[in-house]
Write a protein that binds this ligand. Structure first.
Ligand code: T46
Length: 137
């Protein structure tokens, strides 16, 4: 594995609070989530065989946490790509700006929580891979 590929997949492990009632994970902006959290959304009920994402963001920084089930994420910075499995509710995957990403192989019970440092803005999306590639150089 090339170092670039490893650097693409940056995970953050969260503290898990446990007591006689069960478990709890807390996500805090500018603490265990490095950026100020301005939006949260979650993806669930993804149909079998579906590939989501297939874009990069010009400016948006995000973190993904698979809080139930599992899925696979492809990350591509225009030079190298890596495929990672998300199957832990106590581990976040950083998704920096200008990373092409695709999500697939969702388990039927998968809930993918995504935290973002800005509001939804369609103008921030690059949906064409060739445009993304050109913007990387
Ligand atoms: C991303 C990956 C990880 C909204 O109305 N508000 C929102 O905040 C978002 C994220 C989406 N939407 C609407 C836009 C579409 O009509 O929800 C619909 C599904 O969104 P999309 O097809 O963009 O979903 P994914 O899974 O391809 O991508 C999403 C995020 O859009 C994207 O920013 O990085 O998850």
């Amino acid at each position: 594995t090339r170092p670039m590929t490893l650097a693409l997949a940056r995970f953050v492990d969260f503290a898990v609070k446990g007591d006689e009632f069960g478990w709890l994970v807390a996500l805090e902006g500018e603490r265990n989530v490095s950026f100020p959290i301005k939006r949260a959304y979650y993806i669930f009920g993804t149909r079998p065989g579906v590939r989501r994402g297939k874009h990069a963001h010009r400016q948006l920084t995000q973190m993904m946490v698979c809080i139930a089930g599992r899925c696979t994420v492809l990350l591509d910075d225009g030079k190298a790509s890596v495929e990672v499995e998300l199957a832990r509710n106590d581990r976040g995957l950083m998704l920096d700006r200008m990373i092409w990403h695709e999500m697939y192989d969702f388990s039927p019970d998968c809930v993918l929580l995504v935290l973002a440092d800005n509001r939804y803005d369609e103008a921030d999306y690059i949906r064409n891979y060739d445009v993304f590639k050109a913007a990387c150089t």
